[in-house]
Write a protein that binds this ligand. Structure first.
Ligand code: GLU
Ligand code: ZN
Length: 469
């Protein structure tokens, strides 16, 4: 049997963490079994679906390198297909038209709640065929079996048994003629020969209804895996309070896609005590046995840790590939010296993410660095700083061969001459050259950015200090 899985998002918002994880599991399962993976856009809720969401979902999947073999298939392009099946069901009596008004349904619901009856449709429209209804709008309901049970073996949650008495004659087609999720999803799963449905736990109540549709169409029922919910630190549903739920924000905020995938993989699945997985290891080890039943907590600190781990352990070439979009965004020109590879090597062990990395090294490529009032004040606090800078400027200016050793010697001479400790010589220099209080070895940075830029920055600061008071 060929394994066929799908990711079937409703395009009513961006790709969120839970969605990305579902997509990842479905993708991994098909990839690890040499199966097919389909991307299906479930856009039959036309009032809430929009192309912006479709774009955002696709952008997120592409960033994570979750690729699909077929799709994206839009359900609204196949409305005729659903209609055909619905008509057949109307004819054979497994579905029926319901003309009830909202008002009637509201009253019914209120009555049922008041009398401790589980709210559900009362099949009014099966029994009462009214005349002159042709022009009136109707929904179409599925005639759910009255007796028996729906039983399925969920790959995460185990055996699930639901009494048909608990289920409603739910709506499969709206008044506007467009099918609802529970119907179109089943028809497509059937049509596409989906063998395994992996989705969020929030869908588990839909599954018995969907199985009953499969049964009424005499079709084979796919296997199900309803994966656990992802919660925030506060053990509540993921909200924007502490971090974003939008995948593309992680893309734009300097995360490595492989690190992100590694992190979300583990939010609902585990393999021994293994923390770090390459994509091929994921494909190799992924199975249905190791899903975690309990809900998991999205911990941004852990994600940051994994991201940093990936940056620290990646080849310079790979980091370069990942960091280029951020370099572009910062409009850094890196085709001149120093070579970006050297800079990445120097900085990559120091940062949590790629934005931070670019922010750490952009002073190397930019001509100017901006000094604010606070920074200048800080520099002024260093004793004799004005005098020192002038001497450094002149000595640097006289250097013929811009070598690390020559730079080092000059700084050492000045340190001695003014009887300075390390902090009092390196800190002001660091701030002037980098605009920051933290950097790699400052002598090395001075060596790397070369004479012109070094002199330019020192000179600029001398002028600022001169005009400061
Ligand atoms: N369109 C549904 C959703 O986005 C998909 C559920 C399913 O995978 O069946 O939640
Ligand atoms: Zn009705």
């Amino acid at each position: 049997m060929k394994i066929i899985t799908r990711f079937a998002p409703s395009p009513t918002g961006y790709l969120h963490i839970g969605g990305a994880r579902t997509a990842l599991y479905s993708w991994l399962f098909s990839r690890s079994n040499k199966g097919l993976f389909i991307l299906r856009i479930e856009d039959t809720d036309i009032n809430r679906s929009n192309t912006k969401s479709v774009k955002s979902i696709i952008e997120g999947l592409k960033w994570l390198k979750i690729d699909w073999d077929i799709g994206p298939i839009f359900q609204t392009n196949n409305l005729y297909k659903y209609k055909k099946i619905i008509n057949k069901m109307l004819n054979d009596g497994s579905a029926y038209k319901c003309y009830c008004s909202k008002n009637r349904l509201n009253l019914l619901r209120k009555y049922q709640i008041k009398n401790n009856i589980k709210p559900r449709y009362d099949k009014f429209c099966i029994n009462f065929i009214k005349k002159n209804l042709n022009k009136k709008k109707y929904v179409i309901r599925f005639l759910n079996p009255k007796n028996g049970y729906v039983i399925f073996n969920d790959k995460v949650r185990g055996l699930i048994k639901v009494n048909n008495k608990e289920l409603d004659d739910f709506i499969i087609c709206r008044k506007n003629g467009i099918p609802t999720y529970n119907f179109s999803s089943v028809i497509d799963d059937l049509d596409m020969n989906i063998t395994h449905i992996i989705r969020g736990e929030e869908h588990i109540n839909n599954t018995p209804k969907q199985i009953n549709i499969f049964k009424s169409l005499n079709s084979k029922i796919p296997k199900y895996a309803h994966v656990s919910t992802i919660l925030g630190n506060d053990r509540k549903k993921l909200s924007k309070r502490y971090f974003s739920n939008n995948i593309n924000e992680y893309k734009h905020n300097g995360y490595i896609p492989e690190a992100f995938i590694n992190y979300i993989l583990k939010l609902g699945w585990s393999y021994k005590n293994k923390e770090i997985f390459t994509i091929s290891e994921m494909k190799k080890y992924f199975n249905f046995k190791n899903f975690i039943k309990s809900s998991s907590i999205f911990d941004i600190k852990k994600l940051n840790w994994i991201n940093q781990y990936y940056i620290n352990n990646m080849s310079i070439k790979k980091i370069k590939l990942n960091v280029l979009p951020y370099i572009k965004k910062n409009k850094l020109i890196i085709n001149k010296k120093p070579k970006i590879e050297i800079i990445i090597k120097l900085f990559s062990k120091r940062c949590k993410n790629l934005i931070e990395m670019v922010d750490f090294f952009k002073y190397i490529y930019n001509k100017n660095i901006l000094f604010n009032y606070k920074i200048i004040k800080k520099i002024l606090n260093f004793k004799n700083i004005y005098k020192i800078l002038i001497i450094i400027y002149n000595k640097f200016n006289k250097i013929k061969f811009w070598t690390y050793k020559n730079i080092n010697n000059i700084i050492f001479e000045i340190k001695k001459e003014f009887n300075l400790n390390m902090y009092n010589i390196y800190m002001p220099l660091r701030i002037i050259i980098t605009g920051k209080k933290i950097s790699p070895n400052i002598n090395n940075i001075i060596y790397i950015i070369k004479k012109n830029k070094t002199l330019y920055r020192i000179n600029k600061l001398i002028n600022i200090l001169l005009n400061f008071n």
